[in-house]
Design a protein around this ligand. Sequence first.
Ligand code: HEC
Length: 246
Amino acid sequence: MKKILAALLFSLLPLAAFAQDEGVPLQHTNINLSNTASLQRGAKFFVNYCMGCHSARYVRYNRVGKDLGLTDVQLESYLMPAGGKVSDTMVSAMPQADAKKWFGIPPPDLSLEADSRGTDWIYTYLKSFYLDPKSTTGVNNVVFPHTAMPQVLWELQGTQKAIFTIVRNPDGSAYEVFNRFEPVTPGKLTPEQFDRADRDITNFLAYMSDPIALKSRDLGLRVIGFLIIFFVFAYLLKREIWKKIH
Ligand code: HEC
C-alpha cells in the first residue's frame, strides 16, 4: 500500500512543478469590502472604463446605491447613463454582436468575475498589460497571454514593456520566463495611485459577486434543508406502507 502511495505521489510531482511554472505569481489585492469610499470610486471607474464593453447584468443601479450609500439623484448624476431608470441592471451599451466582431470574443459579463477568477487574479491582470507590436491590440498580458482585451487603463497607468529571461533546457531548446516590467511612458497616476485605482476596481467587482454568491449559498442551504425534511417524510411513509403489507 505504502509503495503504491509513494508511486502515486511521485507521478504527481511533475504536475506540481508544472503548475508552479505556469503563469506569473499573482499580487495580493488587499481589498476591503467595508471600505465604502473605495467601493464608490471602484463603481465610478467601472462605469467609466469597463462598461463600454462589459456588463454586470445581475446588478441593479439602485442595489448599488443602497449598498454604497448613494441616493437616487447621486446615482443618476454619478453612475448612470442619461435617461436610465435606477431599477435598470448595469448593461453595457455595446451590442454583443458588434463586440464579437471587434474582439473575436464578446467581453464576458463581470457580475460574478471575482468569484470565478479570484480578486488577486483580476488585480494583477489589470496591471499586467505590456506593449507587444505583434498583437492586434498593441498589447499583451503576462497573466492572461494573448487576451483580446485592450489596455483600457493605459491613460492612468502609462505603458510598460515586459522583460523576459531566456531559460535553456538541457536539450538546447529554450523558453521565456517573465522577469519584470519596465515603464515606457508615464500615466496620469503615479504607480501607487494606480495600484489604489486597481484595488478600488477589484473591490467593486468583489462586492458585485458577493451578494449574489451569498444568495446562492442561501438557496443551496434551503435546498439541502428541504431534501432532509423530504427524506424523513419519505422514510416514515415507507415504514407506514410496509407495516400494512407485513
Ligand atoms: C474595449 C473593450 C473592453 C473594455 C473597455 C474592458 N474590457 Fe475587459 N475584456 C474585453 C474583452 C474582449 C475580454 C475577453 C478577453 C479574452 O477572453 O481574450 C475581456 C476580458 C476581461 C476579463 C477576463 C475575463 C475572463 O475571466 O476571461 C476581466 C477580468 C476584465 N475584462 C475586466 C475588465 C475591467 C475591470 C475593465 C475596466 C477597467 C475592462 N475589462 C474593460 C474587453 C474590454
